[in-house]
Write a protein that binds this ligand. Structure first.
Ligand code: TXA
Ligand code: MG
Length: 336
C-alpha cells in the first residue's frame, strides 16, 4: 500500500475525511500527538489499527469527536461533571471516561462498558472531524512501544506503507498525550496525567482529584501497564534537585562516568546543560515542564537516530505539568 501524503488544504482535508468514512486508516495531527484514526463505528477499520500498530487488543482506544452532541450520542449516562469539564477544557487535551451505549463497538473499548472521549483542539483536526462526521477511534500514531509521534515525518517513518494517508499538519504544540480522567468512579480519578493538571481539574470540580494507582496488576487504564514511550537507547534520568547548580554538576558527572565506560551518550536537557562532554545533544529549550512536554518525544527519536547507547535526561520538578512529564520519563527509563 502506498501511503498518501495529504496537506492542510481544504481539498486534502476533505479527502482525509472521505477516507476515514470509508473505513481507511488516516494519521492526523492533534494538539497533543499524532493519532492513527479509524471510523469508530467500523469494526474492521478499528481492528486494522491494532494490527498496524502491533497494539495489544486489550488496550482500548480514545474516540475523537467534534462536538459535545456527538459525544453524548455515544454515552449511556452523562456524568454530573461532564458539562462543566467539557465547557472548560474542550476542545483540548482532556479525555473523559464515561459509560458507553450500544453504538460503540466492543473492539474500540476492548470489551469494557466505558469509552474514552476527547475533542481535540487544532483547527485542522476539528475541520477533519467535522467533515468526516463520524466518531474517530485513534491511538497515538506510533508503532506500539515507540515514543508517540509529534511530527508527520515521524508517523511516516513508523507507518509508511501500512496506512492509507498521513495528514501533514506541523509539529504538535503540546507534545505529550492527553490527560485521561475517569468519570465513572465514585470520585473523578486521573488515569494518565497530561497538561490539563490535577489542579486545573480541581478548580472545576471543587473537590480533590486523585491519581489512579498504576502499579497494580489490574490497572484501571489498560494502557498504563505496558512499557511505553520508550526510545531504543537506555534512558537514564538525573533526579530532580532544587539546586540547579548541583543538578548541572550531577548531570555532567553522569555523562563523564558513563562515557568512561565506553557508552555513547546523548544528552536530552535544557539549553543550560549543554556541553557536559556528551557526544550527542538535543535541547529541551528553556527547560520548563511545557518545554519538556513539547520536545521530549522528538528528542528521544532524534537521539535514537543518532545511534546513542544511552540518553541522559535531567528530571523536572514533579508539580503541575511536571507530573505528566515525569510520568512519561519514568515509563521510558529509570533514575540514575
Ligand atoms: O492525546 C491523546 O490522548 C492521543 C491523541 C491521538 O488523541 N491519543 C492517545 O491514545 O494517547 P493512546 O491509545 O495512545 O492512549 C489511550 C489511553 C490508553 O492508556 C488506554 O488504555 C486509555 O487511554 N483508555 C482508553 N479507553 C479507556 C477506557 N475505556 N477506560 C480506561 N482507559 C482507557
Ligand atoms: Mg499511545
Amino acid at each position: 500500500m502506498t501511503t498518501r501524503i495529504l496537506h492542510t488544504t481544504p481539498e486534502d482535508i476533505a479527502a482525509a475525511a472521505e477516507l476515514l468514512r470509508r473505513g481507511e486508516l488516516v494519521a492526523f495531527p492533534t494538539e497533543t500527538v499524532y493519532g492513527l484514526g479509524a471510523n469508530a463505528l467500523n469494526e474492521e477499520a478499528v481492528r486494522q489499527v491494532y494490527e498496524v500498530k502491533g497494539r495489544p487488543t486489550d488496550n482500548p482506544m480514545i474516540v475523537h469527536v467534534h462536538s459535545g452532541r456527538q459525544a453524548r450520542e455515544l454515552m449511556q449516562v452523562v456524568p454530573d461533571l461532564f458539562s462543566q469539564l467539557t465547557d472548560e477544557f474542550w476542545p483540548g487535551p482532556l479525555t473523559l471516561i464515561v459509560k458507553h451505549n450500544a453504538a460503540v463497538p466492543d473492539v474500540v473499548t476492548a470489551g469494557l462498558d466505558t469509552v474514552a472521549l476527547r475533542m481535540p483542539d487544532l483547527h485542522v483536526t476539528r475541520a477533519l472531524l467535522k467533515q468526516a462526521n463520524i466518531p474517530v477511534a485513534a491511538p497515538s500514531a506510533n508503532l506500539s512501544g515507540r515514543p508517540s509521534p509529534t511530527t508527520a515525518q515521524q508517523v511516516f517513518d513508523d507507518l509508511s506503507g501500512r496506512i492509507s494517508a498521513v495528514l501533514y499538519g506541523g509539529a504538535c504544540p503540546v507534545g505529550i498525550e492527553s490527560t485521561v480522567l475517569d468519570l465513572t468512579s465514585p470520585e473523578p480519578m486521573i488515569l494518565r496525567p497530561g497538561t490539563v493538571t490535577r489542579e486545573d481539574i480541581e478548580d472545576v470540580t471543587q473537590s480533590r482529584v486523585f491519581f489512579a494507582e498504576t502499579d497494580s496488576d489490574r490497572p484501571r487504564s489498560p494502557g498504563m501497564k505496558y512499557r511505553h514511550y520508550a526510545p531504543r537507547a537506555d534512558l537514564r534520568i538525573i533526579p530532580w534537585n532544587e539546586d540547579q547548580e548541583q543538578m548541572l554538576r550531577g548531570t555532567c558527572m553522569a555523562v563523564r562516568r558513563y562515557r568512561s565506560e565506553g557508552t555513547l551518550i546523548g544528552l536530552l536537557a535544557p539549553e543550560a546543560f549543554r556541553g557536559c562532554g556528551e557526544q550527542h545533544w538535543y535541547s529541551l529549550g528553556a527547560g520548563l515542564a511545557v518545554d519538556y512536554a513539547r520536545l521530549l518525544y522528538s528528542g528521544m527519536r532524534q537521539l535514537d537516530e543518532a545511534g546513542v547507547d544511552m540518553i541522559l535526561c535531567p528530571a523536572v520538578e514533579e508539580v503541575g505539568i511536571g507530573v505528566a512529564v515525569m510520568n512519561r520519563l519514568l515509563k521510558a527509563g529509570e533514575l540514575v
